[in-house]
Design a protein around this ligand. Structure first.
Ligand code: AKG
Length: 333
């Protein structure tokens, strides 16, 4: 008897939501949380959570203005990602071919970075290096941040990387997953996460794309140039926030299971200053940001090593089924 893999995956999506995940991301005050409760109710269940009032003890929440950061950092240089449109690390269609587009990587004085962030919008810059950037590149700011003790206790280890993110409304991070437990702390502005659990990999229509990188051409413009020798990566092709009605219609045709009203909607998590999102390992996330009245959006995230347990094995099966499913044509009707 042939197996209807698509129907089984739809059932998996619904069952995971009904049994545990639900339709919203919970919010719990840090004062009501300890390492045991956090581990028992969220980490062990691979379930996201927003923790409010989690950064009351961080000097950063009050202190981190652009002026303060410039004063502390002096002449230091930082890594900056630059694109023409703010969509680094995402699938870009160029002359009918889909590329996985890496940003141009620059090393520039902090002062130059902030001038660009607040100046012309013809190109978009984002301090988004994930190389343990807070201690490695922003050392003078480290004293304004402390490790989240209860999280470190729950994960049973110190973070493997602590990254600082500084950007504007123009930067968007495309759907992807990480092999880390992520504690994402917002210091300034708001971050808008769209989330799907690992079971829903098939709803993101990953495609194997050739890697390309933005580089400056002879005329001084950023141009997407395919990597040599060629390299390919699988990457999600769904944009959950299409820029126009036309793009929305195209996405509904190309990605029907993402938009299917009979399947549970992706979860939304809006994380404001002083709040921390627990983003469980292997969850797919798409991230937008809003500076609002702030000068820019600033966040610090802690990546903790994940457990390669049976949940990781189920997630891998879901990934493999998704790739297999989308190599088959969609059924009629
Ligand atoms: O803040 C962002 O733009 C992306 C964050 C992210 O993808 C992560 O922390 O893994």
């Amino acid at each position: 008897m042939p197996i209807d893999a698509r129907a089984l995956l739809h059932e998996l999506t619904r069952e995971a939501r009904e049994l545990d995940i639900g339709s919203t991301v919970g919010r719990v005050p840090a004062s009501q949380l300890n390492s045991l409760v956090f581990y028992r109710d969220y980490v062990s269940r691979n379930k996201p959570l927003i923790i409010t009032g989690a950064l009351d003890h961080w000097p950063a929440v009050q202190a981190w203005t652009v002026h303060h950061i410039l004063e502390r950092m002096g002449e230091a240089k930082i890594s900056v990602a630059r694109t023409p449109h703010g969509r680094a690390d995402s699938v870009i269609n160029l002359d009918g071919t889909k590329y996985f587009a890496l940003p141009e990587e620059e090393h520039m004085p902090v002062q130059e970075f902030f001038a660009g962030l607040q100046g012309s919008r013809s190109e978009v810059t984002y301090a988004q290096a994930q190389n343990n950037s807070l201690p490695e590149e922003f050392g003078p700011l480290l004293q304004d941040v402390t490790d989240l003790g209860w999280a470190t206790e729950a994960f049973g280890r110190t973070p493997e990387a602590t990254n600082l993110w500084i950007g504007s409304d123009d930067s968007v991070t495309s759907f992807h997953k990480d092999h880390y437990e992520n504690m994402y702390a917002v210091v300034k502005g708001r971050k808008l996460f769209t989330l799907l659990p690992p079971s829903d990999a098939y709803r993101l229509y990953s495609q194997t794309c050739r890697v390309a990188q933005y580089r400056r051409n002879a005329a001084g413009a950023l141009e997407l140039q395919p990597e040599e020798p060629p390299r390919e990566v699988p990457w999600a092709t769904v944009d959950p926030c299409p820029a126009s009605e036309e793009q929305m219609q195209a996405s509904q045709l190309a990605h029907p299971e993402y938009w299917d009203p009979d399947l549970p909607s992706p979860l939304q998590a809006e994380v404001g200053p002083g709040e921390v999102l627990y983003l469980p390992s292997l969850w797919f996330h798409h991230v937008r940001q809003e500076a609002g009245a702030d000068e820019c959006v600033i966040a610090v995230n802690f990546w903790y090593e994940m457990a390669f347990d049976c949940k990781a094995a189920y997630a891998r099966l879901a990934d493999q089924l998704a790739l297999e499913l989308h190599s088959q044509p969609l059924p009629d009707g």
